[in-house]
Design a protein around this ligand. Structure first.
Ligand SMILES: [Fe+2]
Length: 443
C-alpha cells in the first residue's frame, strides 16, 4: 500500500522558517532568553562557519525538551554496517576507467531484516570528509523501521532518491514522507529516523562532504524554470515526549560509524527557526527547459540541485534528472550524443526506461561513466534515432532517470565492483555493433 503524505510542510527553498508545535514556544525577539518558554533548552545547529558571507550562512535554533548533548559517550561500532564507508584511498577502493553498468541492486533476502542505516552500501566516492572535500554514492536497501534509533551524518549532506518504497522520516525539525519520484535532502548533523511503511525499499544517496545543495543559477533562462523554489517542502515542528526509553544515536563521523545511548527520544524539538533544515521536492514539479529548434542540449539544463565547488561553474556534484518532456528538435539526432566528459557520471533509474539505452539499464540499477570514459547511445538507439520521423514526440512518459555528476574521479568500493554481484560484465557490447558507415562520398 502506498503511504499517503498527510504531513504539513512549509514551502520555499532556503527560507528562514519559523515553526512551533506549541503556541509561543519560540522566544520573541531574541534567540537565547534567560529562560525559554515552557522551560525548553535553546540549541543552535550551525550548517556553515559562523563567519561565511550572509548569503551563504545557514543555521537554525532549536528549542527542545533536553539539549542534544544529553547522551552517553559515543563508541566506535563497526557492527552497525561495515559496507557504509567514506574510505576512497587506493588501499580501500578500486579504480577503473571502464564503463560500468549494474543490474538492479538486491533487496533484502528472505528472512533478512535491514533498516535504512543497516541497508546503506557505499558504491563509489572520492575525497575525504576530514578535509571537507569530495562525495560518496550509496545504495540503500531495507525492509524494517529504525527502532528507537536515530542517525546523523557528521560528514556530509545526504540527498536521498527513493526508487522503491516511501520513506517516512522523523527528523528533529519534524516529519517528511518521501515517495519515489520525490527526493529529500538532510544536512549534516540533523538527527533522523527512517521508517519503511511499504516494506522492502530501495534507493540512492548522494553524499557531499564540503558544501550544501543549492538551486542552480539560471543565467539567460531568467527568473523561473527548472526546480522552482516554492516547490520545496520543509517540515513543521513536531515533538515527542518520551522519557526513560533507551535510544541509540548512530553517527558517521569521518567515515567511521559510532553509536551512543540516551534514555529519551531525540525528537523533542518543540519549536525551531532558521534556514538550516531538511526538505523534500517532488520531481514532477520540475519545469523542463530544452531546445525548441535544433540540436541536443547539454544535460546541465536538467539540474535540480547543485553542490558547488570553489571554482565557478564546477560542481562537487550536480543532481540532474531526465524527466518526461516533449522532443521537438528538427534535423537533429535527439538522444544523448556520444561524448567524453571531464566529469564523472553516475546514473540511476527510478522508474521506466531511459532514452539513451534500449535495454539493460533498469529501475534500481545504475551506471558509471567516469572522467573521460567514452559513452553514448547503443547501436539500436543510434539506428532508430538516425532514421526516426522527427515529429514532436513526448519522451520519457512514466520515466525518471537521474544523474549524479561530479568533477571528482570516483573510486569504487569492493562491494560496488565485486561483491554486490550486479556488475554487467558484457556492458561494453552495447557499443560493439556500431559499425563503420563511412562511405567516402557525400550523399
Ligand atoms: Fe554522459
Amino acid at each position: 500500500m502506498v503511504a499517503k503524505d498527510d504531513y504539513t510542510y512549509q514551502q520555499g527553498f532556503g527560507n528562514h522558517f519559523s515553526s512551533e508545535a506549541l503556541k509561543d514556544a519560540l522566544p520573541k525577539g531574541q534567540n537565547t532568553p534567560q529562560k525559554c518558554p515552557y522551560h525548553l533548552y535553546a540549541e543552535q545547529l550551525s550548517g556553515t562557519a559562523f563567519t561565511v558571507p550572509r548569503t551563504h550562512n545557514q543555521r537554525s535554533w532549536l528549542y527542545r525538551i533536553r539539549p542534544s548533548v544529553v547522551h552517553a559517550p559515543f563508541k566506535r561500532n563497526e557492527t552497525v554496517n561495515p559496507l557504509f564507508t567514506s574510505k576512497f584511498g587506493c588501499e580501500d577502493a578500486l579504480i577503473t576507467p571502464t564503463q560500468i553498468r549494474w543490474s538492479p541492486f538486491s533487496l533484502p533476502e528472505e528472512g533478512e531484516k535491514l533498516d535504512f542505516v543497516q541497508g546503506l552500501k557505499t558504491l563509489a566516492g572520492a575525497g575525504d570528509p576530514a578535509c571537507r572535500s569530495g562525495l560518496a554514492v550509496h545504495i540503500y536497501t531495507g525492509n524494517k523501521d529504525m527502532e528507537k534509533k536515530a542517525f546523523y551524518n557528521a560528514d556530509g549532506d545526504f540527498l536521498i532518491v527513493p526508487q522503491q518504497g516511501t520513506l517516512d522520516i522523523i527528523t528533529e525539525f519534524g516529519k517528511m514522507k518521501v515517495a519515489p519520484n520525490e527526493i529529500a535532502v538532510i544536512q549534516r548533523g540533523i538527527r533522523y529516523q527512517v521508517c519503511l511503511p511499504e516494506g522492502a525499499s530501495r534507493g540512492y544517496v548522494l553524499e557531499v562532504f564540503g558544501a550544501h545543495f543549492e538551486l542552480p543559477d539560471l543565467g539567460p533562462i531568467g527568473a523561473n524554470g527548472l526546480a522552482n523554489p516554492r516547490d520545496f517542502s520543509t517540515p513543521i515542528a513536531a515533538y515527542e515526549e518520551e522519557d526513560h526509553v533507551e535510544w541509540e544515536i548512530i553517527t558517521k563521523f569521518n567515515g567511521v560509524l559510532f553509536s551512543a545511548k540516551q534514555n529519551h527520544t531525540p525528537f523533542d524539538v518543540v519549536a525551531w527557526h532558521g534556514n538550516y533544515a531538511p526538505y523534500k521536492y517532488d520531481l514532477a514539479n520540475f519545469c523542463v527547459v530544452n531546445s525548441v529548434s535544433f540540436d541536443h542540449i547539454d544535460p546541465s539544463i536538467f539540474t535540480v540541485l547543485t553542490a558547488k565547488s570553489d571554482t565557478p561553474g564546477v560542481a562537487i556534484a550536480d543532481f540532474v534528472i531526465f524527466p518526461p518532456r516533449w522532443a521537438v528538435q528538427e534535423h537533429t539526432f535527439r538522444p544523448p550524443y556520444f561524448h567524453r566528459n571531464c566529469m564523472s557520471e553516475f546514473m540511476g533509474l527510478i522508474t521506466g526506461d531511459y532514452d539513451g539505452k534500449s535495454d539493460g539499464f533498469l529501475p534500481g540499477g545504475g551506471s558509471l561513466h567516469s572522467v573521460m570514459t567514452p559513452h553514448g547511445p547503443d547501436a539500436a538507439v543510434f539506428e532508430a534515432a538516425s532514421n526516426a520521423d522527427l515529429k514532436p514526440v513526448h519522451v520519457g512518459d512514466n520515466n525518471q532517470a537521474f544523474m549524479f555528476e561530479t568533477s571528482f574521479m570516483l573510486s569504487l568500493t569492493y562491494w560496488g565492483l565485486e561483491t554486490c554481484g550486479k556488475v554487467q560484465h558484457d556492458y561494453y557490447k552495447a557499443w560493439e555493433k556500431l559499425e563503420n558507415k563511412f562511405t567516402g562520398k557525400l550523399e
